[in-house]
Design a binder for this molecule. Structure first.
Ligand SMILES: *Cc1c(COP(=O)(O)O)cnc(C)c1O
Length: 370
């Protein structure tokens, strides 16, 4: 049982799609594949704009978002929602950006009002993690955009653990660069990452002076027009992506995917309440649908017992939350009985590790059966 919030379970169908002969990445069959997955990703990101795909983990797409749009010394605002926001900020600082760091308590999302207060004429971009995977808190991106008003800062959003799990709208919400990865909601192995890019971000890229080569959007977008990439593609992962998009867009449908994640998150929270524990997220509007972080001192021992006895991996507390929370991933290829099994394993493990918890599973089953 792999219940960490990414990488997620890869459906057998997707694995079988990957298990196919590699084709010539300059040949005609490849172009068809390339164009099809780019179109599918546009639909998932809800954009009519450009999509850029990298053979890289999500961290690569973080770097791409920064180096394509900014110049050394540019001022950016970053919001401390948790561990991943902290890592992205550190990357921005290493790249030579001047980062205004809006500190947070790791229990809330990005605060639109504080972002508005921190804006001045020099700010060139605002960096927000949509779903903070270390805390199970989802920031309200549309409200963040509204807080920017008519300021011309770019809005850069990390959707690595929300895309294709939680409602997200690149165009409608006025996002300039969306950052995403393959191994969470998209149900693939790690190894592909993405940027969705607005017209405004493309304009900014023309003037941006950050050194860039591998991550440069321009040659990729030029080659993509015909379905190709400027370098060797991760062809077999693209086969998997085509299959995953088929499941998400044409079979289950994105709205149903979002509703399933919301249901599983609600059932998980019912279990947490039934155990007598609390979730880390404090604001009702910011509860994550893709994972739940449970406040539990000594969580490493609970995870150790669960792994040893039931062969289930749960997410650890990251950074300053080490040993203070455990995280249940309920995103990607996941169904009611997988959740019931997951929660049962957690409940048994909590008891075995000496925590006196109530019957959270019962509460979750009521909700799942309703
Ligand atoms: C997983 C994750 C990352 C890191 O992505 P990698 O694929 O491990 O490089 C960044 N941000 C968020 C929100 C994530 O969940």
């Amino acid at each position: 049982m792999l219940q960490i919030p990414g990488p997620t379970n890869v459906p057998d169908r997707v694995l079988r799609a990957i298990d196919a002969p590699t084709i010539d990445h300059r040949g005609p069959d490849f172009a068809e594949l390339g164009l099809e997955v780019l179109e599918g990703l546009r639909t998932v990101c809800r954009t009519d704009g450009q999509i850029v795909v990298y053979p890289a983990s999500g961290t690569g797409a973080w770097e791409a978002a920064l180096v394509n749009t900014l110049s050394p010394g540019d001022k950016v605002i970053a919001c401390e929602t948790g561990h991943f926001a902290t890592l992205w900020r550190a990357m921005a600082a290493r790249l030579g950006l001047e980062v205004v760091w809006l500190e947070g308590d790791w229990r809330h999302g990005a605060d639109p009002e504080r972002i508005a207060d921190a804006l001045d004429d020099d700010v060139r971009a605002v960096m927000v993690v949509h779903n903070e995977t270390s805390t199970g808190v989802t920031s309200r991106i549309a409200d963040v955009r509204a807080a920017l008003g008519d300021h011309d800062a770019l809005l850069l959003v990390d959707t690595i653990s929300s895309l294709a799990s939680i409602d997200y709208r690149h165009d409608e919400w006025g996002v300039d660069v969306t950052v995403a990865g393959s191994q969470k909601g998209l149900m693939l192995p790690a190894g592909l990452s993405f940027n969705a890019v607005s017209e405004k971000a493309l304009e900014a890229a023309k003037a941006a002076r950050m050194p860039r080569s591998y991550w440069d959007w321009a040659p990729i977008i030029a080659a993509n027009a015909n379905g190709y990439w400027p370098y060797t593609s991760a062809t077999n992962l693209l086969y998997g992506l085509r299959e995953a998009l088929q499941i998400l867009l044409r079979e289950e449908g994105l709205e149903h995917v979002f509703a399933r994640h919301a249901r599983h998150a609600a059932a998980t929270r019912a279990a947490v309440a039934g155990w007598g524990l609390e979730v880390l997220a404090l604001d009702e509007r910011e509860l994550s649908n893709s994972l739940t972080a449970v406040v539990c001192g000594g969580s490493d021992e609970v995870r150790r017992v669960i792994l040893e006895r039931f062969d289930m991996s749960l997410g650890a507390g990251l950074g300053r939350l080490a040993d203070e929370v455990f995280r249940i991933g309920h995103l990607g290829d996941f169904n009611d009985l997988m959740l019931a099994g997951t929660l049962s394993g957690v409940q048994m493990g909590l008891k075995l590790a000496g925590h006196d918890v109530g019957d959270g599973v019962g509460a979750a089953l009521e909700l799942l059966a309703a």
